[in-house]
Design a binder for this molecule. Structure first.
Ligand code: GYE
Length: 325
């Protein structure tokens, strides 16, 4: 082989082995290994303890992970969140952690970052899988199995009520992946039980106030309700307030199940008002740091970095309340 060609081959081999080969093969932007990074974190809103715990968890790992955090809060607007990501791109951050408020409206933000050569890690919520894909458009989705959370809530409710219940379902933010999937998981299990009926299902936007208002309205139309499934704890707490205001006794004449594992929810379990809550961990800092480091080291990242969640009911709520948020 002529010397110059051998030299070129050697040069190319050295070049490609020094960079994350997998990232190139998949068309994802590579990420250099270095001591410090400017890292964007695009939060959806800060209106509940879960969101605040998530933001805190990201801040807590920033120093040891070498992150200079560029933090934005979309204040409940998908349009603002797209603008927030675009501004991070304009500032030339090294990587972006995005918690997409809704599944489809955030896709342009993901694509813009990809085009600008900035790797995106989705945390806590996913985007529409038929439009954008992990390993191609963004590195990975780090988060819980929301379908399974819905199933676990339903299975607990079936066992608790002996398979007989008239259910009101309070859905999360319309168009968000946890609302879509928590509904699917729950409704599929309930459909297998003829004694269980969902008489109303409406969004309370994952918020305590809206959960209370929607519950108060639905209660007038369905006074015979015997169970409530809320897609998060905040709405469950709101529903408890609405039931009490209407003279009902949550935990006695109405069985309530929800998802998250907040401090208020564990306290409501201890108080006998909430039956159970499926954990959905907000502690994304450590796993986000580790996943980004693996990516920078050139490792192939699985499309879904799955978080395993616990389950809280009367048997263990007191034991876990001190670690709750
Ligand atoms: O359950 C809820 C929050 O996206 C998994 O969003 C998260 C959900 C969480 O507002 O409380």
């Amino acid at each position: 082989m002529p010397r110059n060609i051998r030299g070129l081959t050697l040069g190319l081999t050295l070049l490609t082995s020094a960079l994350p080969a997998i990232a190139f093969a998949q068309g994802l932007p590579p990420l250099e290994q270095k001591d410090s990074y400017r890292v964007g974190f695009a939060q959806t809103e800060s209106n509940n303890p879960w969101r605040i715990a998530e933001t805190q968890s990201m801040r807590d790992v920033a120093d040891e992970c070498g992150w200079e955090l560029v933090y934005t809060d979309a204040a409940g607007s998908a349009a603002k969140q797209v603008a927030d990501v675009n501004s991070m791109i304009a500032q030339g951050v090294d990587a972006i952690f995005l918690a997409p408020r809704e599944e489809t409206p955030l896709i342009p933000a993901v694509m813009n970052a990809k085009e600008a050569g900035i790797p995106v890690f989705l945390i806590d919520r996913n985007v529409n899988q038929s439009v954008a894909q992990a390993g191609e458009d963004y590195v990975t989705f780090i988060g819980s199995d929301f379908i399974d959370q819905g199933r676990r809530a339903a299975e607990w409710l079936v066992a608790e009520t002996g398979g007989e219940a008239t259910i009101i379902e309070l859905e999360g933010t319309t168009g968000s992946s946890p609302a879509n999937d928590r509904k699917k998981g729950f409704d599929d299990v309930i459909a297998e039980h003829p004694g269980m009926e969902i008489v109303a299902s409406q969004s309370g936007d994952f918020s305590r106030d809206q959960g209370r208002e929607v519950m108060a309205t639905l209660l007038q139309a369905h006074p015979d309700v015997t169970a409530v499934y809320a897609h998060n704890d905040e709405m469950a707490i709101g529903a408890i307030a609405a039931l009490e205001a209407a003279g009902r006794t949550p935990g006695e004449d109405v069985t309530i199940v929800s998802i998250d594992g907040t401090r208020d929810a564990l306290q409501a379990i201890i108080d006998g008002k909430l039956g159970a809550t499926v954990q959905s961990s907000p502690f994304f800092g450590p796993i986000s740091c580790e996943t980004m480091q693996r990516y920078a080291a050139g490792e192939e990242i699985e499309p879904w970095v799955k978080i395993e969640d616990m389950f809280f009911d009367a048997s263990n709520a007191a034991e876990h309340i001190d670690e709750a948020y």
